[in-house]
Design a protein around this ligand. Structure first.
Ligand code: ZN
Length: 317
């Protein structure tokens, strides 16, 4: 089952989210064109996907949240993208062999030049909303590389949002999952500094207690337990208020029209040159493995002015 659960702790300024991807995660892996991902890359991509879903479900934003790693190790690029309705897709581009059991630094930060960014890209046609990008540090305050993605995101939430967060992430070839526990901003102010001191103290105790419970969750439990069992096992002493679960699903946004738009952007002479050489332009989607083929006739259609095109073609987006 592919589910995202939201819950709050009654009487405590703490919220939580739990996501477990099974069928949709396997579908994403199965759609990979070419060699299957090595286990450490699969784990990274699954953790990025789970984290992206948790972060998007934790904010009100109509658009795409994208987490992107630009690596200088065997992972050159890893991207996980989540839409407001929790459709997701993810892909990684590799260069060179991946060491067994490699952790985050060895995968994307081998020479200390890895980059991680989170981008919020508003849905088309939302006036006044602008694309926003935050740089996510892969090192701690002493410039030591953080071994796991969960620690990277915990630090990012603390520094950028001043929100104390505990995160457990895990992924293998069958499941990608994550648990996020977060201290809620004080009521009447978006920052904990706006709290009265006694509220801050009480809130901190609640958060610390619940975060410690969350930290006892093993990756193995996260990968194997269903949501009810997991939440009961961790928080059986806490008054949990749960909301209706949501269904994340794997879906790609690629389409023939989008590819046509890219080819138009390349220009006619470029496209014609490829067709002259190979008979057709073939474009594969690295997210879902879909293949798009444009032969000479298709290519001629591409460069007909929009007004003369038959309906259903060339809707650029
Ligand atoms: Zn696709």
């Amino acid at each position: 089952m592919d589910e995202l659960h939201r819950f709050v702790f009654a009487g405590a300024p703490v919220r939580g989210l739990l996501v477990g991807l099974r069928e949709s995660w396997r579908e994403l892996l199965a759609r990979r064109a070419g060699e299957p991902y090595p286990a450490p890359v699969r784990a990274l991509l699954g953790e990025m996907t789970a984290a992206g879903l948790l972060l998007h479900a934790n904010i009100k934003f109509d658009g795409a949240l994208e987490m992107q790693m630009q690596g200088d190790g065997p992972v050159r690029l890893a991207v996980a993208e989540v839409q407001a309705d929790l459709r997701f897709r993810a892909t990684a581009t590799l260069a060179g062999p991946v060491p067994e059991a490699a952790e985050l630094p060895a995968l994307v930060d081998a020479r200390g030049r890895g980059r991680c960014a989170i981008t919020l890209d508003p849905a088309a046609g939302r006036p006044g909303q602008r694309r926003w990008q935050g740089v996510v540090a892969l090192h701690d305050a002493h410039d030591r590389p953080l071994p796991r993605l969960a620690q990277v995101i915990e630090q990012y939430m603390q520094q950028s949002e001043q929100l104390e967060t505990r995160l457990v992430l895990a992924a293998d070839d069958r499941v990608a999952a994550g648990l996020l526990i977060q201290r809620l901003p004080a009521v009447g102010g978006s920052r904990p500094s706006g709290e009265r001191p006694e509220d801050a103290r009480g809130g901190s105790e609640d958060f610390n207690r619940i975060a410690q419970l969350a930290a006892t969750l093993t990756r193995d439990e996260l990968l194997t337990l269903d949501a009810d069992t997991l939440l009961r096992r961790l928080f059986w002493q806490e008054p949990l208020q749960r909301f209706a679960p949501r269904q994340p699903r794997f879906a790609c946004r690629c389409s023939r029209d989008r590819v046509a738009g890219v080819l138009r952007g390349l220009g006619r002479s470029e496209v014609d040159a490829v067709i002259a050489e190979r008979g057709a332009v073939e474009v594969g989607c690295e997210f879902c493995g879909a293949a798009y083929r444009f032969d000479a006739v298709d290519a001629a259609q591409l460069f007909v002015p929009a007004a003369d095109r038959p309906p259903g073609q060339g809707a650029l987006n």
